[in-house]
Write a protein that binds this ligand. Sequence first.
Ligand code: KIV
Length: 276
Amino acid sequence: MEQKFTLRHLREMKARGEKAVMLTAFDAATARWAQEAGVQMILVGDSMGNTVLGYPNTLPVTLEESLSHTAAVRRGSDKCLVVGDMPFMTYQLDIHEAVRNAGRYLKECGADAVKLEGGRTMLPLIRRLVEVGIPVMGHIGLLPQSVLKDGGYRIHGRAEEERKALLEDAAALDEAGVFALVLEGIPRELAEEITASVRASTVGIGAGAGTDAQVQVLADLLGYGGDGYLPRHAKRYASVHDIAVQAIREYASEVRSGTFPDQAHSVSMTPAKPAK
Ligand code: KIV
């Protein structure tokens, strides 16, 4: 990518029917990987809670943790569109506080936008954020921050009542001005219907191939955590956990046997003579 990817580029891609690629990242190194691989948008997802911070789900992630990781991602990527994912209870209580918290992603971290979960109940907040100039990515369907209320993770929108509610949520959020809408864990036919009916770019995860963009969780894609868990919608492209453990095992074994550090990885009192 030569140019910084912006909301305008995303809109133009939807108009041309071209797919955009989004991936989660959580620090400068993973952001660099994503940018080098040609990913256009990075979500500093609160999935960092269960994939890298060791929490059981996304609920314990704090605003300060999320801001710190978003800033690190921005430092690792100057070209990707970076979206900070607002953690549970940082935007649900009070619009004033939510706008202040959202603003910190742009002012302190260099993020380009924020994401928040929820349908029509989020409309007053989304309208206010858009009014003050904060680009918003909505998120409907399976909402990880509602895992306790829902009693687990499940597909949404198969029942007619839920399908209708999701169509209405999508239309309302679109009208309120979200620039993009994550559709998570919904049938592909419904995702296609929403994609065709909204101006915003849809970003699917577990929603089939018919959305304007796709997003995946980096740890799923790379086999990062080593816990063997892989959601049905995710595909494992590498086993970074296995590669890392093997490399660390070799290091530990060389330390124990005394073969590391060898002369090439240490210095002596007499400096090496420069090669002629
Ligand atoms: O936190 C996250 O990674 C997300 C994606 C699942 C969209 O919200």
